[in-house]
Design a protein around this ligand. Structure first.
Ligand code: APR
Length: 226
C-alpha cells in the first residue's frame, strides 16, 4: 500500500462549527492567545484558562465530523494512511480514522500540570479545579501551549519523510514547528493543498485546490480512490 500522509489544521473542522484561529479578528473565541494558551496565562490565572478549555471541550463534544473527515477515513481502504493533525478535537477519530498523530494534544484528555506526559481520559466535559494527577498537581487540558515543547514533532517528521503522497488541509502554516513538516516530505512526492486561501510553500510538485474542506477533500478522495 502507498503511504499517504495528511497534515490537517483548524480549517478541516470549520464546517463542523469549530472556529479557526487566524480567520477572523485575531482573537480566539474572544480571547487573546497569550491570555489563555501560554504557561504564563496558567500561572497568572489558572481558573480562567481551565474554564476557557472546558468551554472549548464542550464545543468539541457537541460538534460532529463533517464530509471531509469522513472522506479522509475512507482512504484507509486503499492506502496506508497517517493523519498528522494540529487540531485538538477528536473529529478524525470519530469519523473512523485509526492512525492520528495529535501534534498539539487532544482536548478530550487531561494532563498533569507538572509532568506533561501524564495524561488521563476525562469523565464528561469539565476538568475541575482541585482535580489532581497521581503526583498531586492540578489537572489541565492536554494541549500544547505556545512556548511549550511539541513532543510528537520528531515522530511526525519521520512519518513525513516516508510519505509517497502528501495532503495538506485547512492550515495557514503560520505556526512552527508544524509548518516546517512539509519540508521533510521528499521533493519528488506529489503534494496537494486544499484550502480556500492557499498558504505559501516554497516547494514544487504542489497541486493547489482552493476549496472548502467539505468540497475539496471528497473531490480529491474520489480521484485517489478511482
Ligand atoms: N475548509 C478548508 N480550509 C479552511 C476552511 C474550510 N471550510 N475555513 C478556513 N480554512 C483555512 C483558512 O484559509 C486557513 O488557511 O483554514 C486555515 C486556518 O488557519 P489557522 O486558523 O491559522 O489554523 P491552523 O493552521 O490550524 O493553526 C495552527 O495555531 O493557534 C495555534 O495551536 C493552534 O493548532 C493551531 C495552530
Amino acid at each position: 500500500m502507498k503511504r499517504l500522509v495528511i497534515l490537517t489544521g483548524a480549517g478541516i473542522s470549520a464546517e463542523s462549527g469549530l472556529k479557526t484561529f487566524r480567520d477572523s479578528d485575531g482573537l480566539w473565541e474572544g480571547y487573546n492567545i497569550e491570555d489563555v494558551a501560554t504557561p504564563e496565562a496558567w500561572q497568572r490565572n489558572p481558573e480562567l484558562v481551565q474554564d476557557f478549555y472546558n468551554q472549548r471541550r464542550k464545543s468539541v463534544l457537541e460538534a460532529e465530523p463533517n464530509a471531509a473527515h469522513y472522506a479522509l477515513a475512507a482512504l484507509q481502504d486503499k492506502y496506508d494512511v497517517t493523519i498528522i493533525t494540529q487540531n485538538i478535537d477528536d473529529l478524525h477519530e470519530r469519523a473512523g480514522s485509526t492512525r492520528v498523530v495529535h501534534l498539539h494534544g487532544i482536548i478530550t484528555r487531561s494532563q498533569s500540570s507538572i509532568k506533561a506526559n501524564l495524561t488521563y481520559p476525562i469523565d464528561g466535559w469539565e476538568i475541575k479545579m482541585g482535580e489532581t494527577c497521581e503526583l498531586g498537581s492540578q489537572l489541565r487540558a492536554h494541549v500544547v501551549w505556545f512556548g511549550e515543547a511539541v513532543p510528537m514533532i520528531e515522530k511526525a517528521a519521520v512519518i513525513c519523510s516516508e510519505a509517497d503522497l502528501f495532503i495538506l488541509v485547512g492550515t495557514s502554516l503560520a505556526v512552527y514547528p508544524a509548518a516546517g513538516l512539509i519540508n521533510y516530505v521528499p521533493r519528488d512526492v506529489t503534494k496537494y493543498i486544499i484550502d480556500p486561501n492557499i498558504p505559501t510553500v516554497g516547494n514544487k510538485r504542489i497541486v493547489e485546490m482552493p476549496f472548502k474542506a467539505t468540497i475539496g477533500v471528497p473531490m480529491l478522495v474520489d480521484e485517489l480512490m478511482a
